[in-house]
Write a protein that binds this ligand. Sequence first.
Ligand SMILES: [Cu+2]
Length: 283
Amino acid sequence: MKTIKYIVFIAVVALSFSSCSKDDEGNIIVDPMENYYLINEITDTDHKVELYSEKTNLTVGYNPVFIRIKDLASNNYIANANLSWMPMMHMETMMHSAPASAISATDDPTVFTGYIVFQMPGNATEYWDITLNYTFGGEQMSKTERVDVVLPSDGLQKTQVFTGLDEVRYILAYVAPKTPEVAINDFTAVLYKMEDMMTFSVVENFKVTVDPRMPGMGNHSSPNNEDLIYSTQDEMYHGKLSLTMTGYWRINLKLLNAANEVLKGEDITDTNTESSLFFELEL
Ligand SMILES: [Cu+2]
């Protein structure tokens, strides 16, 4: 009787999840990548590497990427893959990399994640690839796969590559809110410094001031914004973004170093309606 109840229970669970499958012991498996897009697959003789994105394409700006490695002999995804990566853009006259985080396991030990901040899209003659290093079956592997990187489909500016007054090249990229709301939103961004064409490092302990404006409505502002401040926990910048109505917002920003010197961006005044450092939002 117990067995029958169990089987009925399994059947009901199986019906309620569309993308379920069963493993060799008959256990229900819910695909942890169900809500993500498979953007690339690298197939070797005995294993396969899968790259997933939250969007249909990799885009200019901040991109979380999820990675799984399937053992083709057992049909299982492996844990402990010691993954690292290097994005590279092949331009007509030179090559350069992009800011990229370390890769770590998620709650599911067979799903790995990290992010890349692409500074520019590929085009007909220039392209990005990602070199993945990992271990499989005790062997060190390295694979390079070409990836498509496009401009965000909404055409809004969410990534700034610029030279500060200190002559350093910086990359500031919008991370969240992913779905901005008429509310005080948790605001997150990443800030990188370009050491050279191949090396980018997280900038710590700077500050980004936040002044959202609606240019279509007399350039009015909003109350209760909070500066973006560095967090050692996730190596990102966190603040508050107050949006009081729907429509187009220009988030005017200023980058300040640890000594509170402005490196990029301007205050909004009666005569200056926008900062040269900004993000754009439409909600
Ligand atoms: Cu480039």
